[in-house]
Design a protein around this ligand. Sequence first.
Ligand code: FE2
Length: 152
Amino acid sequence: MPIPTANPVVDGLGTLLADSYALMAQTHLAHWNVEGPDFFQLHTAFQAQYEELFTAVDEIAERVRALGAYAPGGLATLAAYSEIEELGVESLSAPRFVEHLAGGHELLVRHAASLRDAAEEARDHETQDLVIARIQVHQKTLWMLRSFLRGS
Ligand SMILES: [Fe+2]
């Protein structure tokens, strides 16, 4: 979590930014290193997911700026702000990559739900709208990742 500011909505957006960045990096890693008979479909699906996250982090950072605060950035800074685990550079099964990413999406959604509630509390409905839309995207991705795991 970022160093707390006077505004819990800004703090929550910092966490959402860091979680989204970490998840983007983990999804990119999975896109590169996934192997096996599901390679082509997962390689393609992971690309769509990290591209969506790349667009999202910009939107989240710019919401921080619209609220008058500065957006955290840089790999080391954002890594320190996120609790999403990083995979090593290793051979993993396709389901293991999918499970890992699903765990990251679940953690992000939990944090984002707190931010949604903090934005409601602050009557910052514009941030709340952004966060609700982000949660919807992550819930949809979770449905897809879990559906893949059903057969494995
Ligand atoms: Fe690629």
